[in-house]
Design a protein around this ligand. Structure first.
Ligand SMILES: [Fe+2]
Length: 225
Protein backbone atom coordinates (compact mmCIF):
# COMPACT_ATOMS: atom_id res chain seq x y z
CA UNK A 1 0.00 0.00 0.00
CA UNK A 2 1.52 3.32 -1.03
CA UNK A 3 1.35 6.59 0.87
CA UNK A 4 -1.62 7.90 -1.13
CA UNK A 5 -3.73 4.86 -0.40
CA UNK A 6 -2.70 4.90 3.22
CA UNK A 7 -3.86 8.50 3.47
CA UNK A 8 -7.16 7.61 1.82
CA UNK A 9 -7.91 4.64 4.02
CA UNK A 10 -6.37 5.95 7.22
CA UNK A 11 -4.94 2.48 7.85
CA UNK A 12 -2.76 2.57 10.95
CA UNK A 13 -3.93 6.06 11.90
CA UNK A 14 -3.99 6.99 15.56
CA UNK A 15 -5.82 9.60 17.66
CA UNK A 16 -6.80 12.29 16.78
CA UNK A 17 -8.54 10.77 13.78
CA UNK A 18 -9.25 12.78 10.64
CA UNK A 19 -11.69 12.60 7.75
CA UNK A 20 -9.85 11.19 4.70
CA UNK A 21 -10.46 13.21 1.51
CA UNK A 22 -12.87 11.67 -0.95
CA UNK A 23 -10.57 10.29 -3.68
CA UNK A 24 -12.85 11.57 -6.49
CA UNK A 25 -15.44 14.25 -7.20
CA UNK A 26 -18.89 14.07 -5.59
CA UNK A 27 -20.46 13.34 -8.98
CA UNK A 28 -17.90 10.70 -10.00
CA UNK A 29 -20.27 7.81 -9.29
CA UNK A 30 -23.33 9.30 -11.04
CA UNK A 31 -25.87 8.07 -11.89
CA UNK A 32 -25.46 5.07 -9.56
CA UNK A 33 -24.77 7.27 -6.52
CA UNK A 34 -25.86 10.87 -6.89
CA UNK A 35 -23.60 13.82 -6.05
CA UNK A 36 -25.78 15.14 -3.24
CA UNK A 37 -25.76 11.79 -1.47
CA UNK A 38 -21.99 11.57 -1.83
CA UNK A 39 -21.49 15.07 -0.43
CA UNK A 40 -23.77 14.54 2.57
CA UNK A 41 -22.46 11.04 3.17
CA UNK A 42 -18.78 11.99 3.12
CA UNK A 43 -18.75 15.58 4.42
CA UNK A 44 -21.50 15.25 7.03
CA UNK A 45 -22.13 11.64 8.07
CA UNK A 46 -18.52 10.49 7.99
CA UNK A 47 -17.30 13.69 9.67
CA UNK A 48 -19.69 13.06 12.57
CA UNK A 49 -18.23 9.57 13.10
CA UNK A 50 -14.73 11.06 13.18
CA UNK A 51 -15.68 13.85 15.59
CA UNK A 52 -17.60 11.56 17.95
CA UNK A 53 -14.80 8.98 17.94
CA UNK A 54 -12.29 11.67 18.93
CA UNK A 55 -14.61 12.95 21.65
CA UNK A 56 -15.14 9.44 23.02
CA UNK A 57 -11.38 8.79 23.25
CA UNK A 58 -10.36 12.25 24.43
CA UNK A 59 -10.03 11.36 28.11
CA UNK A 60 -8.81 7.80 27.47
CA UNK A 61 -5.21 8.64 26.66
CA UNK A 62 -4.08 5.01 26.91
CA UNK A 63 -5.63 4.51 23.44
CA UNK A 64 -3.99 7.53 21.81
CA UNK A 65 -1.04 5.53 20.51
CA UNK A 66 -3.15 2.62 19.25
CA UNK A 67 -4.33 2.38 15.65
CA UNK A 68 -8.06 2.33 15.03
CA UNK A 69 -7.69 -1.25 13.84
CA UNK A 70 -6.11 -2.29 17.15
CA UNK A 71 -8.82 -0.50 19.10
CA UNK A 72 -11.63 -2.16 17.12
CA UNK A 73 -10.04 -5.61 17.30
CA UNK A 74 -9.91 -5.23 21.08
CA UNK A 75 -13.13 -3.30 21.61
CA UNK A 76 -13.80 -5.07 24.93
CA UNK A 77 -10.74 -3.33 26.39
CA UNK A 78 -12.29 0.10 25.92
CA UNK A 79 -13.80 1.25 29.26
CA UNK A 80 -17.51 0.67 29.39
CA UNK A 81 -18.37 4.38 29.55
CA UNK A 82 -16.78 4.94 26.12
CA UNK A 83 -17.23 1.51 24.53
CA UNK A 84 -20.54 2.03 22.72
CA UNK A 85 -19.42 5.35 21.27
CA UNK A 86 -16.08 3.90 20.12
CA UNK A 87 -17.83 0.88 18.66
CA UNK A 88 -20.36 2.97 16.71
CA UNK A 89 -18.19 5.90 15.66
CA UNK A 90 -14.87 4.04 15.37
CA UNK A 91 -16.60 1.40 13.29
CA UNK A 92 -18.30 4.14 11.29
CA UNK A 93 -15.00 5.89 10.59
CA UNK A 94 -13.25 2.66 9.60
CA UNK A 95 -16.10 1.31 7.44
CA UNK A 96 -16.55 4.54 5.51
CA UNK A 97 -12.80 5.00 4.95
CA UNK A 98 -12.80 1.59 3.22
CA UNK A 99 -16.03 2.36 1.33
CA UNK A 100 -14.75 5.48 -0.50
CA UNK A 101 -11.58 3.66 -1.49
CA UNK A 102 -13.23 0.64 -3.13
CA UNK A 103 -15.58 2.59 -5.43
CA UNK A 104 -15.21 3.92 -8.97
CA UNK A 105 -17.35 3.78 -12.14
CA UNK A 106 -16.42 0.47 -13.75
CA UNK A 107 -18.70 0.32 -16.82
CA UNK A 108 -19.89 -3.16 -15.88
CA UNK A 109 -16.42 -4.64 -15.49
CA UNK A 110 -16.12 -7.84 -13.50
CA UNK A 111 -13.23 -8.83 -11.22
CA UNK A 112 -10.16 -10.36 -12.82
CA UNK A 113 -7.14 -12.29 -11.64
CA UNK A 114 -6.82 -13.22 -7.98
CA UNK A 115 -10.18 -11.69 -6.98
CA UNK A 116 -12.02 -13.62 -9.68
CA UNK A 117 -10.24 -16.84 -8.72
CA UNK A 118 -10.95 -16.46 -5.01
CA UNK A 119 -14.63 -15.64 -5.64
CA UNK A 120 -15.05 -18.64 -7.95
CA UNK A 121 -13.24 -20.88 -5.46
CA UNK A 122 -15.44 -19.89 -2.52
CA UNK A 123 -18.80 -19.04 -4.14
CA UNK A 124 -18.78 -21.12 -7.36
CA UNK A 125 -19.20 -18.15 -9.72
CA UNK A 126 -19.25 -14.35 -9.74
CA UNK A 127 -23.01 -14.40 -10.38
CA UNK A 128 -23.59 -16.69 -7.38
CA UNK A 129 -21.49 -14.35 -5.23
CA UNK A 130 -23.44 -11.29 -6.39
CA UNK A 131 -26.75 -13.01 -5.69
CA UNK A 132 -25.70 -14.00 -2.16
CA UNK A 133 -24.26 -10.55 -1.43
CA UNK A 134 -27.43 -8.80 -2.64
CA UNK A 135 -29.61 -11.18 -0.62
CA UNK A 136 -27.59 -10.52 2.53
CA UNK A 137 -27.98 -6.77 1.99
CA UNK A 138 -31.70 -7.01 1.35
CA UNK A 139 -32.32 -9.20 4.40
CA UNK A 140 -30.30 -7.09 6.82
CA UNK A 141 -32.86 -5.53 9.16
CA UNK A 142 -32.48 -1.83 9.84
CA UNK A 143 -29.10 -0.17 9.30
CA UNK A 144 -25.84 -1.94 8.65
CA UNK A 145 -23.29 -3.17 6.16
CA UNK A 146 -22.64 -6.18 3.98
CA UNK A 147 -18.97 -7.13 3.73
CA UNK A 148 -16.85 -9.55 1.79
CA UNK A 149 -14.26 -10.73 4.29
CA UNK A 150 -11.26 -13.02 4.53
CA UNK A 151 -11.62 -15.51 7.37
CA UNK A 152 -8.06 -16.43 8.34
CA UNK A 153 -9.40 -18.82 10.99
CA UNK A 154 -10.97 -20.81 8.14
CA UNK A 155 -7.97 -21.10 5.83
CA UNK A 156 -8.30 -17.61 4.35
CA UNK A 157 -11.67 -18.39 2.81
CA UNK A 158 -13.85 -15.54 1.58
CA UNK A 159 -17.29 -15.15 3.08
CA UNK A 160 -20.15 -12.68 3.07
CA UNK A 161 -20.55 -11.03 6.45
CA UNK A 162 -23.51 -8.77 7.24
CA UNK A 163 -22.98 -6.51 10.28
CA UNK A 164 -25.53 -4.37 12.15
CA UNK A 165 -25.16 -0.61 12.73
CA UNK A 166 -21.50 0.42 12.26
CA UNK A 167 -19.99 -2.75 13.70
CA UNK A 168 -16.69 -3.66 12.07
CA UNK A 169 -15.74 -7.21 11.04
CA UNK A 170 -12.43 -6.45 12.80
CA UNK A 171 -14.35 -7.07 16.03
CA UNK A 172 -14.64 -10.70 14.86
CA UNK A 173 -11.06 -10.88 13.57
CA UNK A 174 -12.23 -10.82 9.96
CA UNK A 175 -10.43 -8.82 7.26
CA UNK A 176 -12.59 -6.61 5.04
CA UNK A 177 -11.99 -6.97 1.29
CA UNK A 178 -14.96 -4.78 0.33
CA UNK A 179 -18.34 -3.77 1.68
CA UNK A 180 -21.52 -1.92 0.90
CA UNK A 181 -23.23 0.57 3.17
CA UNK A 182 -26.94 -0.25 3.41
CA UNK A 183 -27.89 2.55 5.79
CA UNK A 184 -30.67 4.63 4.26
CA UNK A 185 -28.33 7.66 4.22
CA UNK A 186 -26.32 5.84 1.52
CA UNK A 187 -29.15 5.54 -0.99
CA UNK A 188 -32.43 7.15 0.08
CA UNK A 189 -32.29 10.31 -2.09
CA UNK A 190 -32.08 8.33 -5.32
CA UNK A 191 -33.58 4.95 -4.45
CA UNK A 192 -35.98 5.88 -1.60
CA UNK A 193 -37.14 2.64 0.04
CA UNK A 194 -35.84 0.40 -2.76
CA UNK A 195 -32.70 -0.95 -1.13
CA UNK A 196 -32.65 -3.96 -3.48
CA UNK A 197 -32.37 -1.62 -6.50
CA UNK A 198 -29.44 0.18 -4.89
CA UNK A 199 -27.70 -3.11 -4.12
CA UNK A 200 -28.18 -4.25 -7.71
CA UNK A 201 -26.90 -0.98 -9.20
CA UNK A 202 -23.89 -0.78 -6.86
CA UNK A 203 -21.93 -3.43 -8.81
CA UNK A 204 -21.25 -0.76 -11.46
CA UNK A 205 -19.26 1.37 -9.00
CA UNK A 206 -16.85 -1.17 -7.54
CA UNK A 207 -13.17 -0.41 -8.04
CA UNK A 208 -11.96 -3.96 -8.67
CA UNK A 209 -8.32 -2.86 -8.73
CA UNK A 210 -8.64 -1.47 -5.19
CA UNK A 211 -10.47 -4.61 -4.08
CA UNK A 212 -7.68 -6.71 -5.60
CA UNK A 213 -5.01 -4.71 -3.76
CA UNK A 214 -6.80 -5.27 -0.46
CA UNK A 215 -7.19 -9.01 -1.07
CA UNK A 216 -3.55 -9.28 -2.11
CA UNK A 217 -2.41 -7.48 1.04
CA UNK A 218 -4.32 -9.98 3.19
CA UNK A 219 -3.28 -13.06 1.21
CA UNK A 220 0.37 -12.08 1.23
CA UNK A 221 0.28 -11.25 4.97
CA UNK A 222 1.40 -7.67 4.30
CA UNK A 223 -1.67 -6.29 6.01
CA UNK A 224 -3.33 -7.79 9.06
CA UNK A 225 -6.54 -5.80 9.00
FE1 LIG B 1 -22.77 5.51 5.59
Amino acid sequence: MDATQQAQTNVGQTYPFALPPLPYAFDALEPIIDAQTMQLHHDKHHQVYVDNLNNALKEHTQFHNQSLEQILQNIDQVPEAARTAVRNHGGGHHNHSMFWQIMKRNDGAEPQGAVKQAIERDFGSFDAFKTQFNEAGTKLFGSGWVFLVVDQANGGKLKIQPMPNQDSPLMQNLQVVMGNDVWEHAYYLRYQNKRADYLKAWWDVINWDAVGERLNAFQSGKQQF
